[in-house]
Ligand binder design. Structure first.
Ligand SMILES: Nc1ncnc2c1ncn2[C@@H]1O[C@H](COP(=O)(O)OP(=O)(O)O)[C@@H](O)[C@H]1O
Ligand SMILES: [Mg+2]
Length: 224
C-alpha cells in the first residue's frame, strides 16, 4: 500500500531581479510515497535547487502548496520550517558543506546532537553509519584529509543519520568523477533497501535512472 509522504500542488517561486520577475519554480505538482526515489533532471538554471530549497523549508513559497504529514509549508515561518527540517529532513549539497574543523565522526553526529541526543548515542550511531558506508578507517579524519567521494559519503551519512522522512540531494555526484559517482549511487541504492526514507535527487547524471522509481525533467521552472 502506498503511503504518501509529500504532496506538492501548483508550487511557484518567483525571484525579482531589478524589474524582472524570474519564475524559478512554476506550477510544479507531484507527490512522493514512502521509500520512493524521485529524480529531477534538468539543465543548469532550470529550477532544481530552488525546488529542493522549497521542499527543505529553506525558502518561502510564492504560491501553491507543499504538504508533509500534517504540515502545510506555505502557512509556516522560516523558524517553524527549520524545526521541521531538523527532525524530518536530510539535505545533501553538491559540494558536501561539511564543517572543516570537525572530523568525519563529528560531522555525521551533528544532526543528532542538534536534536538533543546524548553524545554517547550520537557518536555510536555516527560510527555505525560511517562504517556502513565504508568509512570505518576515516572516522577521525577531517574533510581536507578525505577524498571527494569520501567527503560526499560523510555528507550523505550526516543527511541520513536522524532517519529523516525525506532526503533532498542537490547534484550529489556533480563534483565527482564517474567511478566515484557510481560508488555513491550504489551506496544510496543499498541504503534504500532497508530504509523508509524517501529520496528526491536533483541531477544532470542520467545514470541515476537505474536507481529511481520515477523521474521528472525541469525546464524553465516547470516539469515537462
Ligand atoms: N536567490 C535568487 N535570486 C534571484 N534569482 C535566483 C535565486 N536563486 C535562483 N535564482 C534563479 O532562478 C533560476 C533557477 O535557478 P536554480 O534553482 O539554481 O536552478 P538549477 O539548480 O536547476 O541550476 C535561475 O534563473 C536562477 O538564476
Ligand atoms: Mg542547482
Amino acid at each position: 500500500m502506498s503511503n504518501k509522504v509529500i504532496d506538492v500542488k501548483d508550487l511557484k517561486k518567483n525571484f525579482s531581479d531589478n524589474s524582472n520577475i524570474i519564475k524559478a519554480v512554476n506550477e510544479v505538482s507531484f507527490s512522493v510515497n514512502e521509500s520512493d526515489i524521485m529524480i529531477v533532471f534538468g539543465r543548469s538554471g532550470s529550477g532544481k535547487s530552488t525546488l529542493l530549497h522549497l521542499l527543505a523549508g529553506l525558502e518561502i513559497i510564492t504560491s501553491g502548496q507543499i504538504k508533509f504529514e500534517n504540515y502545510t509549508f506555505q502557512d509556516l515561518t522560516l523558524d517553524e520550517l527549520a524545526s521541521i527540517r531538523r527532525t524530518n529532513i536530510g539535505f545533501v549539497y553538491q559540494f558536501h558543506h561539511l564543517i572543516p574543523e570537525f572530523k568525519a565522526i563529528d560531522n555525521a553526529a551533528f544532526p543528532l546532537l542538534l536534536n538533543g541526543h546524548s553524545k554517547e548515542v550520537a557518536y555510536e550511531k555516527s560510527r555505525q553509519i560511517l562504517t556502513k558506508f565504508g568509512l570505518e578507517k576515516r572516522l577521525f579524519h577531517k574533510p581536507n584529509q578525505l577524498s571527494g567521494g569520501e567527503r560526499q559519503r560523510v555528507a550523505i551519512a550526516r543527511a541520513l543519520i536522524h532517519d529523516p522522512k525525506f532526503v533532498l540531494l542537490d547534484e550529489p555526484t556533480g563534483d565527482l568523477d564517474r567511478e566515484t559517482a557510481q560508488e555513491v549511487r550504489e551506496m544510496l541504492k543499498d541504503f534504500m533497501i532497508n530504509s523508509k526514507s524517501s529520496l528526491i535527487i536533483a541531477t544532470h547524471d542520467r545514470s541515476f535512472e537505474e536507481i529511481s522509481d520515477f523521474q521528472k525533467t525541469m525546464d524553465s521552472g516547470s516539469f515537462i
